[in-house]
Design a protein around this ligand. Structure first.
Ligand code: ASP
Ligand code: MG
Length: 416
């Protein structure tokens, strides 16, 4: 017997027949003697519709009312799943964030979970009851409903798993695990059996869309073993009872990964923009003068390159921001006062391709191999950043597929 948190995303609860299918997955775990809490998202598309209505009502709406509205999608699916489970003879009860309670900070629309009281759930587990918890929501210090940001029910699930000390958090979604890269771009992509928390955090931050970034962060901090699998599998397939894990990807600590590869995956994001300031004075305080105002405007700068000036007087400075922030960033730099800038150039036709793997810590030459392989394909590198476990390369977006495919086979990730 184990304690499990099972999370089902929007496509997995898209209609009643999908909800019935979810209930069969839950029943299987209950029949196996497990204590189960289920976290659900709103039906696919429901939250988008609620957000649209909120905007239509008034573009400048009150954030507290936004939360009151958009949190309602999960209330519906939690109630429906509880009813379907009951009709199958399983004791089940729905729970909204405030009823548990799941306490958050007061950042309406993007709240962070502060604390989850497990008392009620512990009682219900002891009675053999399944708790069906509405994801994405909590209650703020002002006693009002909060939401955790789009995709936030992943975070609800992982946080709940940490709070009730679950053995595992199973994330049921519309893909059957985490892949070495996007299988829609590289047909040779392989599903990973296991991936370390840190690697998953990098991949999620760098464009892999399997789980909300914050949920991976939380899993890492609390050591919550998280298993990504498809809800579209047959709930009663024999593989499910076979003792080991069914097809999917376990996100876990490094020590659980026996055969560590040097590189685990290749991520890419097209959501990038590049800005270059030409002929800026090369003297102390210049970086502060440029990046200070960007920070004040709440614009996140990612890669930064400053050239060494030939004459010690002027240099070029290049940096990247998300495509969504591009126009605002251009505006901000053009308005920087008291600084001589030759020209401001920018482009959104760039993509950031990243090579990720904890094995890089102990292997030299991973980055050099990537640069060489891209050069052989005639792909020009515009910017580079590295960390202990990743190398990110900015290139012309026209070469995205070629670059990702090249790196994927370079590091031996292609499927056999
Ligand atoms: N329903 C919310 C959303 O669409 C939360 C979630 O699905 O994770 O963003
Ligand atoms: Mg999601």
């Amino acid at each position: 017997m184990a304690r499990l948190v099972m999370k089902f995303g929007g496509t997995s609860v898209a209609d009643l027949s999908r909800i019935r299918n979810v209930a069969r997955h839950v029943k299987r775990e209950v029949d196996a003697g497990n204590e189960v809490a289920v976290v659900v998202s709103a039906m696919a598309g429901a939250t988008n519709q609620l957000v649209a209505w909120t905007r239509e009502a008034s573009p400048m709406h009150d954030a507290r009312e936004y939360d009151a509205i958009v949190a309602s999608g999960e209330q519906v699916t939690a109630g429906l799943l509880a009813i379907v489970l009951q009709s199958m003879g399983i004791s089940a009860r729905s729970w909204l964030g405030w009823q548990i309670p799941i306490r958050t900070d007061g950042a309406h629309g993007a709240a962070r979970i502060a604390q989850i009281d497990s008392t009620i759930l512990d009682e219900r587990f002891a009675q053999g009851q399944v708790a069906v918890v509405a994801g994405f929501q909590g209650i703020g210090p002002d006693n009002r409903i909060t939401t955790l940001g789009r995709g936030g029910s992943d975070t609800s699930a992982v946080a709940l798993a940490a709070a009730v000390k679950a053995e595992r958090c199973d994330i049921y979604t519309d893909v059957d695990g985490v892949y070495t890269t996007d299988p829609r771009v590289v047909s040779q992509a392989r599903r990973l059996d296991r991936i370390a928390f840190e690697e998953m955090l990098e991949l999620a931050s760098l464009g892999a869309k399997v789980m909300q970034v914050r949920s991976v962060e939380m899993a890492m901090v609390h050591g919550v073993r998280t298993f990504v699998r498809s809800s579209f599998d047959d709930p009663d397939a024999p593989q499910n009872g076979a003792g080991g894990l069914p097809p999917g990807t376990l996100i876990c600590g490094e020590e659980e990964i026996v055969e560590q590869q040097v590189v685990t995956g290749i991520a890419f994001t097209k959501d990038e923009a590049k800005i270059t300031l030409r002929h800026v004075a090369d003297k102390p305080g210049v970086a502060a003068a440029i990046f200070g105002p960007l920070a004040e405007a709440n614009i996140n700068v990612d890669m930064i390159i400053q050239n060494i000036s030939e004459d010690g007087k002027f240099t070029d400075m290049t940096f990247t921001v998300t495509a969504a922030d591009y126009d605002r960033a251009m505006q901000v730099v053009k308005e920087i006062e008291g600084m001589e800038i030759g020209a401001v150039q920018g482009s959104t036709d760039v993509v950031k391709v990243s090579v990720v793997g904890i094995g890089m810590r102990s292997h030299a030459g991973v980055a050099a191999d990537a640069f060489r392989a891209l050069a052989q394909k005639g792909i020009n590198i515009q910017a580079i950043t590295t960390s202990e476990i990743k190398v990110s390369i900015l290139i012309d977006s026209a070469y995205t597929e070629l670059a990702v495919r090249t790196l994927h086979s370079l590091y031996g990730l292609d499927k056999a």
